[in-house]
Design a protein around this ligand. Sequence first.
Ligand code: SF4
Ligand code: SF4
Length: 302
Amino acid sequence: MNFAPHIPIPENEPQIAKIPEVPMVGLDTLWLQIGGTVCNLTCTHCFISCTPQNHNHPLMKLAQVQKHLEESKHLGIQDYYITGGEVFLNPELFEIYEAILQYGPCTTLTNGMLISREKAQRLAELQARAKNKLHFRVSLDSLDPEENDAIRGRNAFKLALRGIRYLAEAGFSAHLTMVRSWDDEDDPTMETKALAFMREQGVPHPQVKFLPGFMMGELAVTEREYHPNERVTEKCFENFAITNLQCSSSRMVTAKGVYVCPILIEEDQARMGDTVEETLRPFPLYHSACYTCRVSGMSCKS
Ligand code: SF4
Ligand code: SF4
């Protein structure tokens, strides 16, 4: 499979081309990296190279989450996303859910493998008590078990499916996320197949989301690094509103501070401050990953 995005490499721009800045137009989404960079898997395309031993970004503690929820409660946030690493490795996960759901709806990004029937039932109990909704996105990279496990690891397919089914039993309609390894024009066919596949697993209202590969972390090793010309310039935004980028309306909280987005948490330059409030300012789109976001129109949100 080829995860390199099928996007054009631009002509050489003069080095003096100005780096555009994305404005902060209003914070509506807060991401929380509660799984840090710790994961039970070592996927060959992981753009932050998560492993069971990678504690570069540690698991977030409940107290850290609570501090950021409290400090940002007046900032107009509409929804919360939690990710990692793998969030189900966080021993305070259920307490973190309780805390977040007091502030707004929460979407979980997970590989699904650690969701037992008991945990899914506990989630259903939590949901019954909460005033806000829980949503789940489970990742697979192919509908073929062998192809998927070649990327994500042994038994990843089987256990992710088990997690999806347990969530369905507990009343949650998981959405499927896949990193695109096919041409963009094949998206409609893939979508039809993926939706049918999810219905076969008992998911009543499935949705699918395709994400581009980012040529960093593991993918820089297994596919290729970014080409030096893969950078955004002001010209890139002549026919595309820069405010379509998710970094114009979201921020990413980690145990090590607040970053511009979920993609750049390994970049010192992308750490914008200690508190959410101090990060509500423009950000220069200096990184090649910004080119992927621009060309693919990518948003980690729905
Ligand atoms: S891509 Fe997701 S599941 Fe795979 S190693 Fe990275 S964080 Fe874990
Ligand atoms: S990687 Fe994407 S989301 Fe992050 S700062 Fe660049 S354009 Fe924004």
